[in-house]
Design a binder for this molecule. Sequence first.
Ligand code: NAD
Length: 277
Amino acid sequence: MATILDGKAVSEKRLELLKEAIGESGLYPRLATVIVGSEPASQMYVRMKHRACERVGIGSIGIECPGDATTEKVIESITRLNRDPDINGILVQLPLPKQIDTERVIAAVNTDKDVDGFHPTSLGLLMSGKPRFAPCTPKGIMTLLAEYKIPLAGARAVVAGRSIDVGRPMAALLTNADATVTVCHSRTRDLPAELRRADILISAVGKAHFITPEMVKPGAVVIDVGINQLNGKLVGDVDFDGIKDIASAITPVPGGVGPMTIATLMENTFAAATRME
Ligand code: NAD
């Protein structure tokens, strides 16, 4: 049976350490969230982020824009937050409604406050090997791998998915850590063969039970980023029951990558406050 990479426990520990560090710093970091519309999943994620702030001693405010807001209106809210010296971090909850130009909104965030790490400048710094704010989900995965002392240098890592929030920055972080990285996507030829080569397999595809036992090399470390609904249950991309006896280590869903994402957002916000000092 594989080691369960317990993101919930690791994130709890990190949040406790962060709370102490914030207390000792004498700083009062503040995060602003921006949400457009009332999509229940987005509202739930934003609530979880505010709760985590409260827990570690980060102040937070929530800006709510109506679901039919224009790109200009959302950018106006961001510009106000950019100018507010009391705000250290700005998080725009994605996805945004269809009428909004997401790229323009992301580019409007002051790069010193870009705690989500999606601004082109943040992504560029990450690609150059000198990240300022790396996106929270892949950075949280790196923290989890480090916590369990999983060796990365020279390891063959295969990432399924090439989104800006997970797949691409994940590949950059693994490359920076000296792994040999392959990125797979919807047009990859013979995906199972690519995945079977992985010492570290990371799935960010968003399809329930997409990763099946024959795609996993015995002894591989399997990281499941997916969050999917299946018959009213929350499941990842990975067929956990089929793979737990093949992999050497595996993240559960829930309780794996998700909590690490939120803990990392808190760490990035404190880092932003420290940099602004
Ligand atoms: P996305 O839809 O932007 O990207 C999905 C990627 O999967 C694309 O790059 C696409 O090329 C690839 N893909 C689709 N079909 C494929 C196929 N048949 N073979 C290979 N690749 C294929 O999604 P995302 O934002 O990267 O999120 C992916 C999943 O991770 C979702 O379930 C999302 O909910 C979840 N997620 C979880 C967290 C967390 O904190 N746990 C954070 C972000 C996203």
